[in-house]
Design a protein around this ligand. Structure first.
Ligand code: GDP
Ligand code: MG
Length: 439
């Protein structure tokens, strides 16, 4: 999806004029890209219709940067498609609030149950009881108990000889006794949806009267995740979706159709195996991710609004290829006052907030002139190849700029860190790097 869409976007980005046929061409590409990403064809059709209408409308055609506007419309409509931000969790009128975790085997139910308990306690100061109701998968109970131990939270289980419905019943009793305000029921999954599983889940639902039924789906399974969501919603009724394993290579195209096919919101996303790797779902970020650009788009928009287009493009190119020299740095510094603080800009890059050293990159207005002075005291060769700046050269630069050697050292270090970060960013936006996280 990303490559295709990005090519099209590259093509259209800088256009000062967009004709209806340009829009048509772009929509054709977007359509193909979405279909290729396994987005449901009805969803695609509806989406293209909406975007086309807006793209040939006044808002785009009359603007000074129609190319940018079309992209903005695509992004906005992608965001709309996924619904608003809905990470709140329902509360029952009378405690405890019961949450059922359902989904196929391996989707991440048990892990997410632990993560959710952690979140409820940490963020909402709640006191949940974890319930091991998967009696089929070997070691499933043990797995939840281990998570409970890690969290120092109680796990309710009755072994694998008691029916899940009975386990749920007794667990709720116990929760009332011990004043747990939430009961998280980790249910069994199957490799495929089957009637037996659904019946069991329906029984648990009837008995426990859950406030939320969270369907856990694996983002890596693409269109399958959408089909699973559709069946679970039709047969059991769900209140929300948790999309797991978004820390992997997947772009998360499934997120697009889930909302429109089920009408149910994606509430959380799983970003790793650890117990704190559960995040609220941000439709806008997901749209960026699907478009494959992180917040680079915002960055470029911002740059283009303030700096002349040619320079912004050059800069972006350099950042992407990491062939960034001190001369470029100097050039950028002279734009900083117009564009906003450098560290803010850097934070918008995908993954940048995960990169160590970024916090040391804060450069305020007063420092800028010092930094400029230091860079201007470098020779041409030094600016292009800072590696050659040995201690002798550092002393010379310090003297020439009227700054201390420590300041020169600090700048060199920051510059190196920035370059490293750009390299990482480049490989991330290419989607090659594993463990990609969006900010
Ligand atoms: P269940 O069968 O639905 O209960 O799935 P589990 O909770 O046992 O998870 C299956 C596997 O997926 C385990 O190895 C988990 O560590 C892993 N997993 C779950 N959620 C995530 C996630 O968000 N990211 C990653 N990378 N792995 C996950
Ligand atoms: Mg499990």
């Amino acid at each position: 999806l990303a490559d295709r869409l990005q090519n099209t976007i590259q093509k259209i980005r800088g256009k000062g004029k967009v004709s209806e046929s340009d829009v048509k061409e772009m929509m054709r590409e977007v359509r193909l890209a979405l279909l290729e990403a396994d987005v449901n064809f009805k969803v695609v059709k509806e989406f293209i219709k909406k975007v086309s209408e807006r793209a040939v409308g006044q808002e785009v055609m009359k603007s000074l940067t129609p190319g940018q506007q079309v992209i903005k419309v695509v992004k906005e409509e992608l965001t709309n498609l996924m619904g608003g931000e809905q990470s709140q969790i329902a509360v029952a009128k009378r405690p405890p609030t019961v949450i059922m975790m359902v989904g196929l085997q391996g989707a991440g139910k048990t892990t997410t149950t632990g993560k959710l308990a952690n979140l409820l306690r940490k963020k909402h100061n709640r006191n949940p009881l974890l319930v091991a109701a998967d009696i089929y998968r070997p070691a499933a109970i043990k797995q939840l108990e281990t998570l409970g131990k890690q969290l120092s939270m109680p796990v309710f289980s009755l072994g694998d000889q008691v029916s899940p419905v009975e386990i749920a019943r007794q667990a709720i009793e116990k929760a009332k006794e011990n004043h747990h305000d939430y009961v998280l029921i980790d249910t069994a999954g199957r490799l495929h949806i089957d009637g037996e599983l659904m019946n069991e889940l329906k029984e648990i639902k009837e008995l426990s009267n859950p406030e939320e039924i969270f369907l856990v789906v694996d983002a890596m399974t693409g269109q399958d995740a959408v089909n699973v969501a559709e069946s679970f919603n039709e047969q059991l009724g769900i209140t929300g979706v948790v999309l797991t394993k978004l820390d992997g290579d997947t772009r998360g195209g499934a997120a697009l159709s889930i909302r429109s096919v089920t009408g149910k919101p994606i509430k959380f996303v799983g970003m790793g195996e650890k117990l704190d790797a559960l995040e609220a779902f941000h439709p806008e970020r997901m749209a960026s991710r699907i478009l494959g650009m992180g917040d680079v788009l915002t960055l470029i928009e911002k740059a283009q609004a303030n700096v002349d287009e040619e320079k912004a493009r050059e800069l972006e190119q350099k950042m992407r290829t990491a062939s960034f020299t001190f001369d470029d740095f100097l050039e950028q510094l002279s734009q900083v006052r117009k564009m906003g603080p450098l560290d803010e800009l850097l934070k918008m890059m995908p993954g940048a907030n995960k990169i160590k050293g970024l916090n040391n990159l804060q450069i305020d207005d007063k420092q800028i002139s010092h930094v400029e002075a230091i860079i201007k005291s470098m020779t041409k060769a030094e600016k292009i190849n800072p590696e050659i700046i040995n201690s002798g050269r550092r002393k010379r630069i310090a003297k020439g700029s009227g700054r201390t050697v420590q300041e020169v050292n600090r700048l060199l270090k920051q510059f190196e860190e920035m370059k490293k970060m750009m390299k990482q960013m480049t490989s991330m936006t290419k989607g090659k790097k594993k463990g990609f996280k969006f900010p």
